[in-house]
Design a protein around this ligand. Structure first.
Ligand code: DMJ
Length: 459
């Protein structure tokens, strides 16, 4: 049945021959057991390093020294799953054995969402001032990246010397800081972090085109756009995500205005829709002309954002379109041309976005179909990505060749969203928490509006 469905292609795009439908949903306990199995493998084979190599039972580091990214990223999922022993072990390790005083150039965007987001999450769960000191230490090192003529961060920052490097950034790399920096300002009562992040995001917004569209990348020293294409997927995604989610957490009216103007322009110019499909490809920021009918698997986060914004028709149709693409291959390809129907990037890295959107849409609509989609995603990941010790990314979804990588966001995001979708820990929900782009959930009620205004210096 699944093969037939895949052969039908676009014509059957929103049809009912779907693989997860009718299958019993996995339980949250199943997801937790698989998380524990993978975490145990990390502890056994990769402890002290950034990532586990899940096929060869080895490890790898992002840079020449480890930044311990897997445990920091996995931490909030442990808390959500009630794995307190494992979480306490990570806390102790970070406090006793980890220093960020390292002569390394690190990717500003990646360490912000994973390391700063993870450390802030540790402080949120524990209220341990030593963990806040650790987060502040890291935040101060990261803040050096913003010493540029425009206030946009350098692509890389040296954690020891504070030197910035790499003048061209995409808008996700330039504008995905409001959330973590705002939380750091709140906890430390020092507005400088939020204000630096806001200056960067505002720079991007202020340089939008007359159509209110943004480009994809810019030079942070000259302020000029280097790629004038507008897009909502890879390289842009979390810039938009943080305008909305940071407004939700901090209620800064400037962010809401930036979001409202941006989303209206995106929904006016970018979508390409048929009876059965909805895609968001690339358009020219100045003319609004469609320039490239391609998507990236990161785009599948957008139904989440559309749903939160109340655009339910678009949100549901977009998630169904992604579900169709998933079923065409059995996992989703990293890139796809929806005119030629060709894969443009064959890899699947255990990414969370399509699962995240199923979780949000299930919460927002209560519809069974999103549980069924989640069942498909989970069963296919078990089928193709599982290794004897953990899970592996796939280098080509047409051959299902495993490539011996286990990205840290699998612990942080993919498994957390499956767990929440299948009913684990309902006290952590999108009604009471706002999740950073790496799925670290922060409790809304902890951020007292009058204090937020003061501590973040919101006018
Ligand atoms: C994650 O690291 C974050 O969600 C980021 O914003 C983009 N996507 C990756 C995982 O696919």
């Amino acid at each position: 049945m699944m093969k037939l469905y895949r052969l039908l292609g676009v014509v059957a795009l929103c049809g009912s021959l779907t693989s997860g439908f009718g299958q019993p949903a996995p339980t949250a306990a199943d997801v937790k057991a698989e998380f524990i199995r993978s975490w145990d493998a990390y502890r056994t084979y990769a402890w002290g390093h950034d990532v586990l190599k899940p096929v060869t039972k080895g490890y790898a580091d992002w840079y020449k020294a480890s930044l311990h990214i897997s445990p920091i990223d996995a931490y909030s999922t442990m808390r959500v799953m009630g794995l307190d022993k494992e979480a306490k072990e990570v806390e102790a390790y970070i406090l006793d054995s980890v220093s960020f005083d390292k002569d390394l150039f690190v990717k500003t965007f990646e360490v912000n969402i994973r390391i700063l987001g993870g450390l802030l999450s540790m402080y949120q769960w524990t209220q341990n001032p030593q963990l806040l000191a650790k987060a502040k230490d890291f935040g101060d090192r990261e803040l050096n990246a913003f010493n540029s003529p425009t206030g946009l961060p350098y692509y890389l920052v040296n954690l020891k010397t504070g030197q910035g490097k790499g003048a061209v950034v995409n808008i996700a790399e330039g504008g995905t800081y409001l959330f973590e920096m705002g939380i750091l300002s709140y906890y430390t009562k020092d507005p400088k972090y939020y204000q630096a992040a806001k200056k960067a995001s505002t720079y991007i917004y202020d340089h939008r085109s007359a159509l209110n569209l943004d480009g994809l990348s810019l030079n942070i020293e000259t302020g000029q756009w280097t790629d004038p294409r507008s897009f909502i997927g890879a390289c842009a995604d979390s810039y938009y995500e943080y305008l909305y989610k940071s407004w939700l957490l901090f209620n800064d009216p400037d962010l809401k205005k930036m979001w409202d103007v941006s989303i209206a322009a995106i929904n006016k110019y970018v979508p390409e829709e048929s009876d059965t499909a909805l895609w968001y490809g690339y358009v020219d920021m100045n003319t609004g002309a469609k320039v490239l009918p391609e998507v990236t698997l990161y785009d599948a986060f957008f139904p989440t954002l559309l749903g939160m914004n109340g655009d339910m028709r678009l949100a549901e149709k977009f998630e169904h379109t992604w579900y169709w693409l998933w079923n065409r291959y059995g996992l989703e390809p990293g890139g796809y041309n929806y005119h030629t129907q060709q894969v443009t990037d064959p890899g699947y890295d255990l990414n969370p976005e399509i699962v995240e959107s199923a979780y949000y849409l299930h919460t927002l609509t209560g519809k069974q179909e999103y549980l069924d989609m989640g069942t498909t995603f989970y069963n296919d990941i078990l089928k193709y990505c599982k290794t004897p010790i953990a899970f592996s990314s796939i280098s080509d979804v047409r051959t299902m060749q495993q490539n011996d990588e286990l990205p840290t966001f699998f612990f942080a995001e993919t498994m957390k969203y499956f767990y929440l979708l299948f009913g684990g820990n309902p006290s952590v929900s999108i009604n009471t928490y706002v999740f950073n782009t790496e799925a670290n959930p922060f409790k809304k009620a902890d951020f007292v509006p009058s204090e937020v205004k003061k501590r973040l210096a919101i006018q």
